[in-house]
Structure formats: C-alpha cells, structure tokens
Design a protein around this ligand. Structure first.
Ligand SMILES: C[S@@+](CC[C@H](N)C(=O)[O-])C[C@H]1O[C@@H](n2cnc3c(N)ncnc32)[C@H](O)[C@@H]1O
Length: 231
C-alpha cells in the first residue's frame, strides 16, 4: 500500500486487472465528490486502461490531451511508468479532481494539470508519450484532423502516440456508446470514422505499431498506437 493520510491506496502495477484498478481509483479519487468518484472507480471496467498501460514506455514524459479527471496520468504516476506527466483539458471542473488525486497519491511533483482553451495552448514538448483517450468524438468533425495533428506534433523522436476512442463500427456497441454519452453529456456524438486517424497519422509522420478492437461490457474500443520514427 502507498502511505497516505487516511485512505490506503492499493499498489498497482502494469499488469493490474480492471478489478484491481477499480480499487486503486476508488481510493485515489476519495477526495472527489460522488457520483464522479464512483464513475472514476468503475471506469476501468469500461475503458481498457489495463491494455493502454502495456504500450507506455518506462521513464518518459507524458502529455494527456483531454485528460478529464486525470485517471490515466494518476495510474502512470502510481505505477512509476513516467518521469513527469502533464494533463490538459478544455473543461476546468474535472481538473480539480485530477489535482486532488495527484495530491492523494503524493504525486504532485510528477503530475500537473492545465486548463486550456484549445490544444494550441498545451505545452509544446516534445513528449515521449502523448495520449488522447475518448476525446476526438467530442470534437466537431471538421476540427478533428487539426486536433489530432496538434497532439501528434508534440510526440518527440521515438515517442509514442496512444490513441483510444469508442468504436465507429455499426451495431450495438456503437449504439451503447451513443446512449451512454447522451445520458451523461446530452450530446448524440458522432464516432471517428474507421481509418481516419491512420490517415492523419501518416500526414504527421507517425507509424502505426499496434491496432486493436477491444470489446468491454457492452462497449467497443479502437486502440491505435503510433510511433514517431523520424528524428
Ligand atoms: C470522455 S472524456 C475523457 C477524459 C479522459 N481522457 C479519460 O479517458 O478519462 C473527454 C474529455 O475530452 C475533453 N475535450 C474535448 N475536446 C477537447 C479538446 N479540443 N482539447 C482538449 N480536451 C478536449 C473534454 O473536456 C473531456 O474532459
């Protein structure tokens, strides 16, 4: 267990299961009011953080674009996968939860969170790891290529871009995501069309090193891992 003021934080490592991650997030987000605390705790059953962890190189600097409540960076700090992590988001309220979790984890020296009006205000880097998890479907379709490109430009030589979003494949899993997002945001989102990020990545000189469809509960996820090969 990590030492904290009152709530013990279960130790997690890169092989953590969703159940172990649920216990970790439940403790790490204990300063966040319900229901966001509960949603943060159960998110590993929906969002495959356990899979994402496998593609994070050790010891780098990370930028999480659209970090929300900072779950991914909290996990990367707790597992000591990163040297430093910066999260940015256009929404300010979840960043309070992200900062509280960083404090709870004793990771304030490692993690910082910035409110930005657009990704143009995010730190330039370059970063060893840039992550964009479940963000692009919230971005207007005409702006998606630019947002993706701005994130991709922040990946340094040899660095990785971890992209994960909800599936656009027709069917029940796509509908489940639409209904879920409508319940929480009152927005009937348009998923990112298949093949779009791969095309944008080529424009940014990023090579696809891993692509995977990940079914979770009633949802479906598209994971793409890119690497910058040029210097
Ligand atoms: C579904 S949440 C995902 C949060 C986090 N990445 C996670 O996986 O828990 C989507 C987040 O993207 C943020 N977002 C939407 N458009 C953005 C943009 N253009 N730049 C940065 N963040 C954005 C939203 O404010 C929201 O916090």
């Amino acid at each position: 267990m990590l030492a904290t003021a009152s709530v013990p934080i279960p130790l997690v490592d890169a092989a953590a299961t969703p159940a172990q991650l649920r216990r970790f997030f439940s403790a790490a987000y204990c300063d966040t009011p319900a229901p966001l605390r509960w949603l943060s705790a159960i998110r590993p059953y929906v969002c495959p953080y356990d899979k994402l962890l496998q593609f994070i190189p050790d010891g780098g600097d990370a930028l999480d674009v659209g970090c929300g409540a900072g779950s991914l960076l909290a996990l990367l700090a707790a597992t000591k996968k990163i040297r430093r992590g910066v999260g940015c988001d256009v929404a300010e309220p979840p960043l309070a939860s992200a900062r509280a979790a960083a404090r709870r984890l004793g990771a304030e020296d490692v993690l910082s969170f910035q409110h930005v009006r657009s990704i143009a205000q995010a730190p330039e880097g370059p970063f060893d790891i840039v992550a964009m998890v479940d963000v692009l479907h919230h971005v207007a379709p005409r702006e998606r290529a630019d947002v993706f490109a701005a994130a991709a430009r922040r990946v340094g030589p040899g660095g990785v871009f971890i992209y994960k979003d909800m599936t656009a494949r027709p069917g029940g899993r796509r509908l489940a995501h639409n209904i879920d997002d409508y319940v929480f945001t009152r927005e009937w989102v348009q998923q990112v069309p298949e093949g779009a990020v791969e095309a944008w990545a080529i424009d940014q000189r990023l090579a696809l090193v891993h692509g995977e469809f990940i079914p979770r509960l009633i949802y479906g996820h598209e994971l793409r891992v890119f690497r910058r090969l040029d210097g």
